[in-house]
Design a protein around this ligand. Structure first.
Ligand code: FMN
Length: 340
């Protein structure tokens, strides 16, 4: 058994988490991951609908009805994610009101915007919940630590979905963060989908490994079958950084992605945001909507990481978590036994 700061603190069996993947729902995936002994993480899936706050509450209640194990959630704190401030407060309130939510909701991950407001609200109203923020580069990790977060989800450029403009690999980033902030909780994320990856992440100093693309290609995730089917045949060259609502986004190269083109510069993106165009924003939401509801994987947006080049099959979540951890243990033991 591999013990880390995170397995001990959260009371989980394996140091593996599912990554949040809004605006897609990961409610079933969260239950399956937590039930299997990892930490399932609910997505901020509510770009897509009205009633986003009550929708999130429904997801949380569903999880605590279907598992007694710990879990986490993600809130995107970007400016255009207009429900984030109310959500941060409501999450703290739901924890206070419902003992089961308080006991099980151990991990709040913020991303896509700044960590400061969330840190202030959660430190005051949910001090017993760990607050981590996604950090894509060391200078941004400094800001996360400065904001008082308990830890960092260090996510490198090979990962699927939204990315920063920094382009730092997970390999470099995780080592930098582990070296500079050894006392903080550290989740390594982006590019992990194998036992070797889990072993490598732990060896670099991570307390847990988060995987997104690997869990999309699982039997329990609620992604459309057409989406899942694209992952095993895809190679590591089949993704591209294009421009999304929060900045660069790594998508599978399909018709939509190729038409959208390479990522625009940070300056252009800021100008684009300032000239906010409701039609473009709604079109982007529509690109996810058609993937989710109709499985349109040509005209829709398909976020995946380069790690799809390592994934050959659709597996059970339970299998991924237990096999990967046990194989990672073997790899680490073999390495130790080779040291004379
Ligand atoms: C479909 C999809 C949607 C994502 N949406 C979010 C999100 O809403 N919030 C977030 O913090 N990260 C999001 N991400 C990034 C993941 O949390 C994670 O960083 C990424 O999947 C890690 O790379 P991997 O896919 O190689 O495991 C998304 C990733 C994918 C693939």
């Amino acid at each position: 058994m591999i013990k880390t700061k995170i397995t001990e603190l959260y009371g989980i069996k394996y140091p593996i988490m599912s990554a949040p993947m809004g605006p897609f729902y990961t409610t079933e995936l969260t239950v399956a991951t937590s039930e299997a002994g990892g930490l399932g993480v609910l997505s901020h899936a509510t770009l897509r609908g009205k009633n986003s706050v009550s929708d999130f509450k429904t997801q949380i209640e569903y999880v605590v009805e279907h598992t007694d194990k710990p879990f986490g959630l993600n809130v995107r704190t970007a400016r255009i994610q207009t429900d984030h401030k109310i959500l941060l407060r409501k999450i703290a309130q739901w924890r206070k009101e419902n003992p089961k939510i308080r006991e099980q909701l151990v991990y709040g991950l913020t991303s896509a915007g700044g960590p400061r407001t969330a840190s202030k609200i959660w430190k005051e109203r949910a001090p017993d919940m760990s607050h981590l923020h996604v950090g894509p580069a060391l200078w941004l990790v400094d800001k996360i630590v400065d904001a008082g977060c308990d830890g960092i989800c260090a996510t490198g450029t090979e990962g699927g979905g939204h990315q920063s403009y920094e382009g730092i690999s997970t390999l470099v980033l995780v080592q930098q963060v582990a070296r500079k902030y050894p006392d903080k909780l550290l989740v390594a994320c982006g590019g992990f989908s194998s036992p070797e990856g889990v072993a490598a992440g732990l060896a670099m100093g991570a307390d847990a490994i988060a995987m997104g693309t690997r869990f999309i290609a699982s039997n329990q995730s609620e992604f459309h079958p057409n989406y899942k089917a694209l992952i095993p045949p895809a190679t590591a060259r089949d993704t591209m950084l294009t421009t999304g609502g929060f900045g660069p986004i790594r998508l599978l190269k399909n018709k939509f992605c190729l038409e959208h083109g390479e990522v625009i510069s940070k300056e252009d993106k800021i100008n684009q945001e300032q000239a906010f165009n409701m039609e473009e924003y709604l079109d982007e939401l529509y690109r996810y909507e058609i993937v989710y509801t109709k499985g349109d994987v040509e005209d829709g947006a398909i976020p995946v990481g380069q790690t799809c080049g390592l994934i050959d099959d659709i597996l059970d979540v339970d299998d991924i978590i237990t096999t990967y951890t046990k194989e990672a243990e073997k790899i680490l033991k073999n390495l130790c036994s080779n040291i004379s």
